[in-house]
Design a protein around this ligand. Structure first.
Ligand SMILES: Nc1nc2c(ncn2[C@@H]2O[C@H](COP(=O)(O)OP(=O)(O)OP(=O)(O)O)[C@@H](O)[C@H]2O)c(=O)[nH]1
Length: 642
């Protein structure tokens, strides 16, 4: 370890301390000897034994490091001031230095310092002052016979005097030493007004002490009665100012009292006898004890106040730090929310008052939303919708992807997808909402729906056209009856179906007789009208299950499923007769026509379309050949019927 040039060597410091301690003790012994001795009572042979008080103060402040100085100082005092033989002086000094060192060590172990509790003051008085004095006196007692006992003084008297002297010395000097030992909060020294008050009190008190103890005539009773003023001044200083200052003042008063006694004047020196000195000593001791006790109480209160102040400062520091952390955290969260690419807002659940909205939300709603008196319901096209969301939030705590219609500050309405969550903070319920403008999506959805509707309509039209086309394909345009194409398509299926059911199908072929004449006589259009009228008549004449087709030209074919040969023949005869009687209005002409009919029946005349058509056609041809206006059955049927 490097040491600077200014650092005092430990051994030098130790030697210096030893010598300084020794010198101090020797000087205080010299001073003690100047004080009046008892001549009347012989008990207090020694006056206030100042070295003992000083030794305890040194031992408490520097501990065992001061052992050499104490021993040397005491030995020198014994030898040079009290004129003991050197061996006795050295041996007695062992006790005089060891006793305060032991007492100080014990007090340190019990942490008796600093004196900010009354219990510690009592501990100090008991262990330090009384214990030290007793130890020292007991030790000295072994050597008092070694030719050093004053003539005519009993040993016990000498021990008692020594003991009381040391006790008094320690008590009187303790407050004076305490300014070295006492730790106390320093805040009183920083207050200028208090400092001025301290200085004023200190110097006025010292001035009064000079007057009281040095200038005033000891025979004057008034001077002695002023002593209580110093108590007041000391307590005042101790209470209002730093304790160290009170100890200083006490030390000054003690020194001035001693000085007055030495000068044979002042309140402490009331008479040259022992009684005056004893009274002065008692007053000093009482003053010392009072200051110790009062100082401890004051210090206790100050340390408690200081502890509370520091605890408060620590607490305040923690609060400040916590507040800072919260502010940082809040700033981070705000930064995150502000930088969010999605519109975010926060509001009171009750009332809907907006607390926060990020820049995206402000841009969406086209207005500033920071701390304004705005409510979320102000932005709903239908405020009742907001009530619905609030009710959901109260019951479920969150709402996901709710479609609502909002409007911005400029009145533009738009659809939004809203997701909300309830959060608790400071006994309040808040709602955090994410808002997604879905106007464009909605517009596309509407376009899509419109396109779908148009497409559906288009498909329906196509289907209708297809149905029409299908009808056109299988219908004859002139009569509205099924055409031959349909007949060719339906007949095989019908036959297969009826054969599977063991049923019958009659095929009726009929032809208008001499139709060429109508065309020739009345024109082709009139012929068309006749054909149309005949078709309508045929359609009405047959059951809905029958299939009436225009086979071609003026020839028709009718399929009648499930009809027997006789019934079919009968129906053909009736038809023939009915048409014969039928007046047909064709254009401006009323005409009559007749029909020739050929009839075949499945399975009698065949089980396939060709056979049946051919058989019916042959029968028709036969009816024509036999003079027309008649019904003929297919050829092999003749036998069956006859
Ligand atoms: N107005 C009109 N006439 C048609 C149509 N289809 C065929 N015809 C006519 O019908 C006539 C059929 O004549 P024919 O085959 O000689 O038969 P018919 O005159 O009825 O004599 P028979 O059948 O032997 O009694 C022809 O003059 C055709 O032009 C049509 O759709 N409209």
């Amino acid at each position: 370890m490097s040491t600077s040039g200014k650092t005092v060597k430990p051994w030098l410091a130790s030697a210096g301390g030893t010598l300084a301690s020794a010198a101090g003790l020797w000087l205080s012994a010299l001073l003690s000897m100047q004080l009046p001795r008892s001549v009347d009572f012989g008990v207090l042979a020694l006056p206030l034994w100042l070295p003992a008080g000083l030794a305890l103060a040194i031992a408490m402040h520097w501990g065992w490091r001061s052992a050499g100085g104490l021993w040397l100082g005491m030995a020198v005092s014994n030898a040079l001031v009290l004129h003991y033989a050197w061996p006795a002086a050295l041996l007695i000094a062992l006790g005089q230095s060891g006793a305060p060192l032991l007492a100080a060590s014990m007090l340190r172990r019990q942490q008796a310092l600093p004196f900010y509790r009354l219990s510690r003051v009592l501990m100090f008085l008991w262990c330090g002052v009384l214990g030290s004095a007793l130890l020292s006196v007991v030790w000295s007692g072994f050597f008092l016979d070694a030719g050093i006992l004053p003539a005519g003084v009993e040993r016990w008297q000498c021990l008692l005097a020594r003991g009381l002297g040391e006790l008094s010395g320690m008590l009187a000097l303790t407050p004076s030493a305490l300014f070295l030992l006492q730790a106390e909060p320093a805040r009183y020294s920083r207050n200028p007004a208090r400092w001025l008050e301290s200085m004023l009190l200190l110097w006025v008190s010292l001035l009064l002490a000079v007057v009281e103890f040095i200038v005033a005539d000891y025979r004057h009773g008034v001077a002695a009665s002023l002593w209580p003023l110093f108590f007041i001044a000391l307590m005042w200083v101790a209470f209002r100012c730093r304790l160290a200052l009170a100890y200083w003042l006490h030390s000054g008063i003690v020194l001035l009292a001693f000085a007055g006694v030495l000068l044979h004047n002042g309140a402490a020196y009331q008479d040259p006898g022992l009684s005056g000195m004893a009274a002065a000593g008692m007053l000093l001791l009482v003053q010392s004890l009072a200051l110790l006790v009062f100082g401890a109480l004051v210090a206790e209160r100050r340390f408690t106040e200081d502890w509370l102040r520091r605890a408060n400062q620590t607490l305040e520091g923690k609060v400040v730090e916590r507040t800072r952390q919260l502010a940082e955290s809040e700033a981070r969260l705000k930064l995150m929310a502000d930088a969010s690419p999605f519109p975010l807002a926060m509001n009171n659940l009750n009332g809907g008052g907006l607390i926060y909205a990020n820049a995206q939300a402000e841009s969406l709603f086209k207005c500033r939303l920071d701390g304004l008196q705005r409510r979320v319901q102000d932005f709903y096209v239908d405020p009742a919708e907001r009530e619905g969301i609030s009710a959901l939030l109260r019951s479920q705590g969150a709402v996901r992807d709710h479609e609502v219609q909002l409007h911005d500050a400029e009145g533009r309405q738009f659809w939004a997808l809203v997701s909300c969550a309830v959060v608790h903070s400071d006994q309040e319920l808040y709602v955090i909402s994410g808002i997604n403008d879905i106007s464009e999506r909605k517009r596309l959805e509407r376009s899509l729906h419109a396109a779908n509707d148009a497409l559906r309509q288009h498909v329906a039209e196509i289907e209708s056209l297809q149905v029409g086309l299908r009808e056109q394909v299988r219908r004859d345009p002139l009569t509205g009856l099924f055409n031959r194409r349909y007949l060719d398509e339906i007949l095989p299926r019908l036959l297969a179906h009826m054969l599977a059911l063991d049923g019958t199908v009659a095929v009726m072929m009929l032809d208008a007789d001499h139709f060429k004449r109508i065309n020739d006589s009345y024109g082709h259009q009139c012929g068309d009208a006749v054909l149309a009228a005949l078709g309508a008549f045929l359609r009405d004449r047959f059951r809905s299950g029958d299939i009436v087709c225009r086979y071609g030209g003026e020839e028709f074919c009718i399929l009648m499923p499930g009809i027997a040969l006789e019934a079919a023949s009968h129906k053909a005869e009736q038809l023939c007769a009915a048409v014969r009687q039928l007046p047909i209005q064709a254009l401006e002409h009323q005409l009559h026509i007749t029909l020739s009919i050929g009839l075949s029946v499945c399975p009698l005349h065949g089980e396939d379309p060709e056979s049946l058509i051919h058989a019916a056609d042959a029968a028709l041809y036969q009816a024509k050949a036999l003079g027309r206006d008649q019904v003929r059955l297919a050829s092999n049927t003749q036998r069956v019927l006859s």
